[in-house]
Design a protein around this ligand. Structure first.
Ligand code: PMP
Length: 443
């Protein structure tokens, strides 16, 4: 193990930290300085096992030489070039690699820089698609309670997390929300996909009955909701949603920002779940998070409709200075090559039964009211402390960190998503440390 250490920064004031209690953090900073394989290291050189792949993104583990070398090589060759009416080979190669991994027929790839940009891009593509088909009345966007699609205005409008919306006024008009699929009374402690709840998809019929299908552009859902606490789709739910969307001419968008790139044991979650949407959003695992990059993959029909529907000139008035950035593209090509060479989805599949047993071994710990899993994702839900929601899980997060294990918490749910290179001893240490923290918090 490398013992490299670093001095702590002496001024933490200037960085306004995202999704963070800034006042608490700056009084009690927890810093990471270096990363390698399954581990982070603090500035003092203390190792912290990564139970969250960073933020669901470093699927191939940290500091992968193949990726860092590809970035360095590309930086020396050409740091940046625009992709507006120009191109560079590595961006086309990255898009082709993504298209090889997405489900058949979803093979046109638009590059963004994040999951949030991917969500807003996908929603705009859906609106442009209907306009190109001369169905301009289709402007309603349907999301889901407890859905997370990043923090752009499209994403928070369609997303269904109260605190992410309430601070920011009126948002976009014409949005509706399906109910979330979390049914603890019926499905608590389910292994893999829960049995009950497919009928929740039928709420789309009510929205259609109220507004008319001719007003609805798209439905956007995460195959597995991660940021709101690991909500695994009930068996048959996504199939039903697909059928209803097809019947009513509504585009189905899967936000695969966390389920893409092997997390569910297949390249994309759609493959594992047996449902093909019209549009897939992605980010995170695309570059192993070494350089920010996101993408939106669409069906050939969606692409052709927009591209052929506009007579001459620019077909889609949308894009980012950094769409297909050379360094991000180089990181993506190297990452996706690693995925193939090391069969990372296959590794995730192989360890999934062991992972599942480990997650559910926590079910009898104090205050645990649900354990859930799917692919290499785990969720442990805790009864909130009376009158102080969220504080129990946060306490457990801090105990784990201090004991050398990184977990993520959202509300009173501990969400786990280790790099796909995780091995049994890592699982044992991660779950053992978490079990001790849960027990110690209750004492
Ligand atoms: N969609 C989903 C499903 C996500 O989980 C996330 C991030 N956790 C996002 C979108 C937003 O991605 P980003 O933070 O890169 O904007």
């Amino acid at each position: 193990m490398n013992e490299i250490s670093a001095p702590r920064p002496n001024n933490l004031d200037a960085f306004w930290m995202p999704f963070t209690d800034n006042k608490y953090f700056k009084a009690n900073p927890r810093l990471l300085y270096r990363a390698e394989g399954m581990s982070y290291f603090t500035p003092e050189g203390r190792e912290v096992l990564d139970g969250t792949a960073g933020l669901w993104c470093c699927n191939a583990g940290h500091g992968r030489r193949e990726i860092t070398e590809a970035i360095q090589k590309q930086a020396a060759l050409m740091d940046f070039a625009p992709t507006f009416n120009l191109g560079h080979p590595i961006a086309f190669e990255a898009a082709a690699r993504v298209a090889e991994m997405t489900p058949d027929g979803i093979d046109r790839v638009f590059f963004t820089n994040s999951g949030s940009e991917s969500a807003d891009t996908a929603l705009k593509i859906a609106l442009a698609y209907h306009k190109a088909r001369r169905e301009s009345s289709r402007v309603r966007l349907v999301g889901r309670e407890r859905g997370y699609h990043g923090v752009g205005f499209g994403g928070i409008t369609v997303g269904g997390i109260g605190p992410n919306r309430k601070q920011f006024g009126a948002l976009l008009p014409y949005a509706d929300h399906l109910p979330h699929t979390h049914l603890p009374a019926k499905n608590a402690f389910s292994r893999g996909q829960p049995e009950h709840g497919a009928e929740l998809a039928d709420a789309l019929e009510a929205i259609v009955a109220l507004h008319g299908a001719e007003t609805i552009a798209a439905v956007m859902v995460e195959p597995v909701a991660g940021s709101t606490g690991v909500l695994v789709p009930p068996l048959g739910y996504l199939q039903r949603l697909r059928e209803l969307c097809t019947r009513h001419g509504i585009l189905l968008i899967f936000d695969e920002v966390i389920t893409g790139f092997g997390r569910l044991g297949t390249n994309f979650g759609s493959e594992r779940l047996g449902v093909t949407p019209d549009i897939i959003t992605m980010a995170k695992g695309l570059t192993n998070a070494a350089v920010p990059m996101g993408a939106v993959a669409t069906s050939q029909t969606v692409y052709d409709t927009i591209v052929d529907g506009v007579a001459g000139g620019i077909e889609l008035f949308h894009g980012y200075t950094y769409s297909g950035h050379p360094l991000a593209s180089a990181a993506a090509v190297a990452t996706l090559e690693l995925h193939r060479a090391e069969d990372l989805p296959g590794r995730a599949r192989a360890i999934e039964p062991y992972w599942q047993d480990a997650i559910h071994s926590l079910k009898d710990r104090p205050n645990v009211i649900d354990t859930r899993d799917f692919g290499l994702i785990g969720g442990i839900e805790l009864a909130p402390r009376p009158g102080k929601p969220g504080t129990r899980a946060m306490d457990i997060f801090r105990r784990c960190f201090d004991a050398g294990v990184l977990v993520r918490v959202t509300g009173d749910i501990v969400a786990l998503s280790p790099p796909l290179i995780v091995e049994r001893p890592h699982v044992d240490r991660l779950i053992g440390t978490l079990a001790d923290a849960i027990t110690a918090e209750a004492a």
